[in-house]
Design a binder for this molecule. Sequence first.
Ligand SMILES: [Zn+2]
Length: 84
Amino acid sequence: MTDDTVQVRCTRCKSTFRERARRVQPGYSRQCPNCEVVIFFEESSSDKNVQTALLAGRRLRRVLREADEVKAGAKQAPVYDRSS
Ligand SMILES: [Zn+2]
């Protein structure tokens, strides 16, 4: 199974935590579980850790979407031989 989380690094306390890739996109914000500072995920952010997380999230979402399409394609394949 594919891991659907990306690593996020808090600029303030330098701790890292994992967040779901589908959430890590522009407009999202969350609190650091360690120091409780609110991290805003914005494209315009000057925070390098935010930029890195956004990029990782975007990449992983694409990978997950492709994996889903493969899965959906496999499901649509007809199964005729169910008796054996
Ligand atoms: Zn923190």
